[in-house]
Design a protein. Structure first.
Length: 446
């Protein structure tokens, strides 16, 4: 990749267009997109302008939002180029680009589209954010049940060039209501004189335009389809959503949850390209919240000042104990967040899971207490019982907190990933401090 990049840059600097175009032919769309992302203006724009129309359309959707805006802005002096690019884009890719722009900019770009493409864009942009309607494309092939296989293949050859995918052919009635979908393999292997109705089994999976994108990921996973049809409440076929679009959503959702679990305000696209001020804003909110949460840990320790002064050796095991509670809590939270997102468990299951986690955390606590008790027995035997009992209770408390927080956030209609690791750890720390020194106070009669 580095050699290709250097070679392309050398051709760009020398304005050797013939060699440049030849080098581009040796790369696939993903490699070219990576190179355009890495090089600066105006070389990136110049390189994009050299691409054939179909290849430019393919590469544009692989570029980051920032690079897409940069290219469109550079085209602004030549509206015909912008118009061609926007009209050529697949409707779902165009929607993904337009919805990230300021409203005024989107409005101006919509005016550059043909009437047909503008109507499609406006319709897609009218669906709620993060809905399936924003991802669907009207570019598919549909046939009637009365078509013969020969006529169907002729129809596919005529109208299939602009289709997003040809893996599935959709069967509709005269009112364009979806009545079945048939895999292209079945059509190809069928006898030419057979009718489409002969292949129909009326078994198909659909999405609705207002369905949440994240919940639709599970539908895709269960259905094992390369694309799914989108219908309205009357069963009318509106468009399709392809597997690659859903994988992009899955990646975005996973990234978002990953950052939330690390207490980021939202996702960071690229730490090298994101401005320092933006990085600061994304991280400061939760850090400030956690500072105030951890104040309670300090207050709890201060409240047991007499115990600490009397038995100084208690301090030696404090980081180990509260760290174990936080780690156990993070484990439980990670397990529950994943299960909730994948719909493996539901909010109503919390009580059953609480009983199971109680038993599991008790066993974990006893095992860890045996280890820490052995260390305490060798170093400070007078607090061995306190340390061992505390280990059992803090592991159980941390685990139960980690299990319950995702359910609480889900019940409040919030993303369960917001029950982030640092938040679980901070709460477990406070509980750990109170449990540890309360047991010590009781044990030593203070």
């Amino acid at each position: 990749m580095i050699d290709f990049k250097s070679e392309l840059l050398e051709h760009l600097q020398k304005k050797n267009l013939i060699s440049l175009r030849q080098s581009l032919k040796e790369l696939d769309s993903f490699q070219i997109a990576d190179i355009i992302e890495e090089i600066d203006n105006p070389n990136d724009v110049f390189l994009f302008r050299l691409l054939p129309r179909e290849l430019a359309k393919e590469i544009f959707k692989h570029l980051s939002q920032e690079k897409q805006e940069e290219i469109v802005e550079s085209f602004a002096k030549n509206l015909s180029e912008v118009t061609t690019l926007l009209n050529d884009l697949d409707p779902d890719d165009r929607t993904a680009f337009l919805e990230e722009l300021p409203g005024e900019v989107t409005r101006k770009l919509l005016q550059l589209l043909s009437e047909q493409e503008r109507n499609i864009a406006i319709k897609l942009l009218g669906y709620p954010e993060d809905s399936i309607g924003r991802l669907m494309t009207p570019e598919y092939v549909s046939v009637k049940p009365s078509f013969t296989i020969a006529k169907t293949l002729e129809h596919i050859r005529k109208f299939g060039h602009d289709s997003e995918t040809l893996n599935n052919i959709y069967v509709v009635d005269d009112s364009h209501k979806l009545i079945d979908e048939i895999r292209i393999k079945e059509i190809i292997l069928a006898a030419p004189e057979k009718l489409i109705s002969d292949l129909m089994d009326y078994r198909f999976v659909v999405l609705k335009p207002n369905d949440d994108q994240e919940s639709a990921i599970r539908t895709f996973s269960d259905s094992d389809r390369g694309a799914l049809p989108v219908i309205d409440d009357n069963g009318i076929l509106l468009g399709i959503v392809t597997h690659d679009d859903m994988m992009d959503v899955a990646e975005e959702e996973t990234t978002e949850d990953f950052y939330k679990f690390g207490s980021f305000q939202d996702a960071v696209l690229n730490p090298l390209r994101t401005r320092v001020v933006q990085l600061y804003k994304k991280r400061i909110v939760w850090l400030i919240v956690l500072v105030f949460v951890n104040v309670f840990s300090g207050a709890a320790i201060a409240n047991f000042e007499n115990v600490i002064q009397s038995v100084v050796s208690l301090v030696f095991f404090l980081p180990l104990l509260i760290g174990s509670g936080g780690n156990a809590g993070s484990q439980a939270a990670t397990l529950m967040i994943r299960s909730l997102v994948l719909k493996e468990v539901q909010v109503k299951d919390w009580f059953r899971l609480l009983g199971r986690e109680f038993l599991v955390s008790f066993l974990l606590g006893i095992t860890m207490a045996a280890g820490v008790g052995l260390v305490a027995g060798l170093r400070t035997p007078e607090i061995m019982a306190v340390v061992s009992l505390t280990m059992i209770l803090v592991v159980m408390t941390g685990s139960l907190v980690g299990l319950l927080l995702p359910f609480i956030f889900t019940k409040l209609k919030l993303d369960p990933a917001t029950a982030s690791g640092p938040l679980v750890t901070s709460i477990a720390d406070i509980c750990g401090v109170v449990i540890y020194f309360s047991i010590a106070s009781w044990y030593f009669g203070m």
